[in-house]
Design a protein around this ligand. Sequence first.
Ligand code: SF4
Length: 468
Amino acid sequence: MNRQLSDNCVDFINDDDISKLIASASEDEVRVREIIAKSMEKQPLTVEETAVLLAADSDELVEELFDAARELKKKVYGNRIVIFAPLYIGNKCINDCTYCAFRRSMRSTVRKTLNDDELFGQVAALEDAGHKRLILVFGEHPDYTPEYIADTVKQVYKVKSGKGEIRRVNINAAPMDSEGFKIVKDSGIGTYQIFQETYHHDTYNVVHPAQTHKGDYLYRLDGLTRAYEAGCDDVGIGALFGLYDWRFEVLGLVTHSWQLFNRFGCGPHTISFPRIRPAHGVELNDEYAVSDRDFKRLVAILRLAVPYTGMILTARETPEIRREVMEFGVSQIDAGTRVELAGYTNKDKQDERKEQFQIGDLRSLDEIMLDLIQHDYMPSFCTSCYRQGRTGEQFMEFAVPGFIQNFCTPNAIFTMAEYLEDYASDETKSAGMVLLQGEIAKLPQDKRIVVESQLKKIVNDGLRDIYM
Ligand code: SF4
């Protein structure tokens, strides 16, 4: 299957090197503490340094990793958690990934592609709940062309329900050639996500049959390089934990981050680390199942390794695990999630034949907002950077001292105030207003005056979509 690759495309994942790094790394307290000190300076870690952290397994050292990740998270992201929702557009697929309920050989899966009215209905339902940021998810199929995906994005932006609107649309879809990425980028997307699923070549070839499009390891690995070259400068990487050794996947993700950084001066915008979940018609092999303790370690270590990259924790996990893991560096979560096709308006019992996998957190957006607020997190629906053109390299917020105070915190306050005014339950609203006052009180006086006057326009004058 001869498909376009980027110029000078190389397979930058060397399985032997990564396996040797894992096998040769032994617990070294002194080294671990030196490396933690480096990441506390917000310096990204090398693959070798990350391997040293992966070898830290004693409770004492693991606690030190957790403490460091917590502190770095606060230092870089404050207490903000960005909120989004996934929207599955179509689950037709020509691939046959062994871990997926949407694989083509799964005859009992209910295939569906939202028509225009259904798309409108789903987006309106998400807006009526208070969402402002969506990720659209597509199987890989000739029907889901770049033009089709671009048109779907434009339709989503047109939906205005009540005071609602979607202000940022991200995409999770198959890799394309450069022309395809340009078409999708020009429709106004934010991040383009492509998960390698597993960076381990042999495992990749087992779970992705060779004769399928997704069976082409290098075409997929090169996908985001082609996307970046085509203008998609906010890209998202990810691995499906549970297919192979979690330590190998962590080093694969860090290697991929460095590849993008070295080539484009900017690492991935986000990293996702979903754990494999039960799915309709899928027999899970738990040989590489990731325990909760190791899951927390991988989140903390990724946080320390790539301080400048957003980390996405999805509703695959239970509320309890999400609460525990969030403090180790997560910056984005989905909320009020339904992965079933047309699931946001379906009041009936969930139908697993319409879901790619089963999710662990079925709480509503408002329940999750209240939970976050009660744990002193500030939920944010901010979309400002992408709309102000602060993307890719520009987004290196950490290079600009005070970036958080000047942009992120005020924007989080404004978008949260909108949510509390327009969508929150009474309980969430009263708890949220208390948190907002606390956040405003922490701002330097000059910033506080500006934020308070803007907030009055939102609360008293009903202005919406104020951002910096
Ligand atoms: S994981 Fe994606 S590409 Fe693979 S079968 Fe499922 S929907 Fe298709």
